[in-house]
Design a protein around this ligand. Structure first.
Ligand code: ADP
Ligand code: MG
Length: 263
């Protein structure tokens, strides 16, 4: 879907890192070990521009590790990952630059507790993108408004609820004009009554055409906006299917068992 809403408009301001017609994220035969323990085994998948891919699977199956590899927060020993055509394991790749284009939202919001919401939103824009204070603040405020938190700009993270903090974390990631957004269980640390307000922001982003890779067990979200669902178990991608196919008739027994427990 083309970017239409105000967030979408903001997102398309910067030109892509490398203009390619290939997938936005390509994960090709990735294996990773922690010492002797193999955490990822020959993982291969891709995310096309504008696609929303949900990653699910039991705890310890390697979902967080895989998503961290995409953002080069974790090294891997075999295979290749490219983001918008740029190989992340290539020594010549400017990782800080690449990372600045890949928005990441974690389970724990990881806002800077000693900085106001405004400053949380401005810091990386100024340090990494070199935006002026005024420009960064204006951009931050516009995004805060989009996530319904403009009135809280002057506050500190500790004065906001978990759901509000997570919406600030999403706004902070969007302020960098990412070409792709990665989410790692963004709602699993929230009180149940706050899950909806965070998912709403994510649904809106998806509708505006953002490319997203989302680790979540919120199957309602997956049913609503995912294009594809990836199911992982013991470090392997066991299932990688269109949403309808995944929910309708998962091929593997492991995915069937997982779905029957969670739905
Ligand atoms: P998930 O996100 O699906 O719960 P993770 O990617 O966090 O899974 O972890 C996958 C496996 O790797 C787990 O068995 C976990 O204990 C192990 N693991 C994760 N991080 C490390 C680490 N830094 N060192 C060693 N083992 C790790
Ligand atoms: Mg995890």
């Amino acid at each position: 879907a083309p970017a239409t809403g105000p967030v979408g408009t903001l997102l398309t301001e910067r030109p892509p890192v490398a203009a390619t017609s290939g997938p936005m994220i390509a994960i090709d035969g990735v294996s990773k070990w922690y010492g002797d323990f193999q955490v990822l085994t020959n993982c291969t998948t891709s995310v096309t521009k504008g696609e929303v891919v949900v990653v699910c699977g039991p705890s310890g199956s390697g979902k967080s590790t895989l998503i961290k590899c995409v953002n080069a927060l974790e090294p891997f020993q075999k295979g290749q990952i490219t983001v918008d055509g740029t190989q992340i394991a290539n020594k010549k790749t400017n990782l800080p630059k690449l990372r600045s284009r890949v928005g990441m939202v974690f389970q724990h919001f990881e806002l800077f507790p000693h900085l106001s919401i405004t400053d949380n939103l401005s810091l990386a824009q100024r340090k990494v993108l070199g935006r002026s204070k005024d420009e960064a603040q204006a951009k931050g405020l516009a995004l805060l408004e989009r996530v319904g938190l403009k009135a809280h700009a002057h506050k500190f993270p500790g004065q906001l609820s978990g759901g509000q903090q997570q919406r600030v974390a999403i706004a902070r990631a969007l302020a960098m004009n990412p070409i792709v957004m990665l989410f790692d269980e963004p709602t699993s640390a929230l009180d149940p009554e706050m899950v909806g307000e965070v998912l709403d922001v994510m649904v809106e982003l998806a509708r505006e055409g953002m490319t997203m890779m989302v680790v979540t067990h919120e199957m309602g979200f997956a049913r609503k906006v995912a294009n594809r669902v990836i199911f992982m178990d013991k470090g392997e991608i066991v299932e990688d299917a269109q949403k309808e196919e995944f929910f309708g008739s998962p091929r593997s027994e492991r995915a069937q068992t997982f779905l029957s427990r969670i739905l």
